[in-house]
Design a binder for this molecule. Structure first.
Ligand code: SF4
Length: 311
């Protein structure tokens, strides 16, 4: 029985499994999962339950034989799958079924233990970036109504996809992690059925640029100089002044954003650091973060830059 005392067969969309082909079976099963999860108000992603059932021997057998089953056998097989799904929701297996849902919510933050993965080239340098102290970041999954908060300490993270649809290492077609054997410690601790281990890990030591570049004096000097001249503290101060003056004192804010851009261009050119890797050395540019402040930098036809509302 489904929650709300409905029989699984009460749903009109599952009335004629005898006529379904294999593809329809798969789609109807996913529809059922979504419905079931909605009704039980479970926090688990439907895909997690779907994958758990799909990896079971019973599901594989029914699916393999589906085309050769009689309509009555299909109806029985379908009933078995629905019961299996309801059972899976009640008894979530304490194992990762690689449904990709955690990876779709965001990319992992790296810990000190992950340094070896970088040093051995198992995670390429251009796939990570730094979030600096004081940087505004958006919480994953619309937590706190999606309002940005400010980082108290530096973090190193794996990049996310351009459209914001999760970790860059997630293969959307297969839902698999493309670096599964070399995934960071946070991914190993993540468990959708029990958050205890990942909560414990969050108390651990996070990786910083100091850990990565401590033996590269030149880069460390650039990082220190950049922090001195273009800290997030100075950006917040300039933004505050901008707000206080009701947007009249735009100059100091704009100057700081432009100076930071110039600093980056200079470092990139002088030391031949590609733009993607610059986001590890210097973090994300002020200009790229303007939308978080509700602004964006626009370029006039004569090349001068100005701040406009980001709508
Ligand atoms: S590294 Fe792999 S396991 Fe970790 S979030 Fe990215 S895709 Fe998922």
């Amino acid at each position: 029985m489904t929650p709300g005392n409905k029989s699984t067969l009460d749903y009109e969309w599952m009335a004629f499994p005898g006529e379904w082909n294999e593809e329809t079976l798969k789609n109807k099963f996913l529809e059922f999962m979504n419905e079931l999860i909605k009704e039980t108000q479970s926090n688990l992603p439907p895909k997690r339950i779907q994958y758990q059932v799909e990896q079971s021997v019973e599901y594989q057998e029914i699916r393999k034989q589906w085309n050769n089953l009689t309509p009555t056998e299909r109806l029985n097989g379908w009933k078995q799958l629905l019961e299996k799904a309801e059972g899976a929701l009640k008894n979530v297996l304490p194992t990762c079924v690689q449904c990709g849902e955690c990876c779709r919510k965001g990319s992992p933050t790296l810990h000190l233990e992950d340094l070896e993965l970088l040093q051995q080239g198992r995670i390429p340098w251009n796939r990570i970036f730094a979030l600096r102290k004081g940087e505004p970041v958006r919480p994953p999954n619309e937590e706190n109504e999606g309002k940005p908060y400010f980082l108290l300490d530096e973090r190193i993270k794996i990049r996310e996809k351009q459209d914001g649809q999760g970790c860059v290492f997630l293969d959307d077609t297969s839902d698999r992690c493309t670096i599964y054997a070399d995934r960071p410690i946070q991914c190993r601790a993540q468990a959708c059925w029990d958050p205890t281990e990942s909560r414990e890990l969050a108390k651990g030591v996070y990786l910083t640029r100091q850990d990565i570049f401590e033996k590269v004096e030149l880069l460390m000097n650039i990082i220190i100089e950049h922090e001195k001249r273009c800290s997030f503290e100075s950006l917040h101060k300039a933004f505050h002044q901008l707000q206080e003056s009701e947007a009249k004192e735009v100059d100091s804010f704009l100057k700081l954003v432009a100076y930071e851009e110039h600093f980056r261009d200079f470092v990139s050119e002088q030391f031949h650091i590609p733009k993607e890797e610059l986001e590890l050395v210097l973090g994300r540019s002020f200009a790229s973060l303007m939308p978080i402040f509700g602004l964006k930098v626009a370029e006039e036809s004569d090349g001068t830059k100005c701040l406009v509302n980001d709508k």
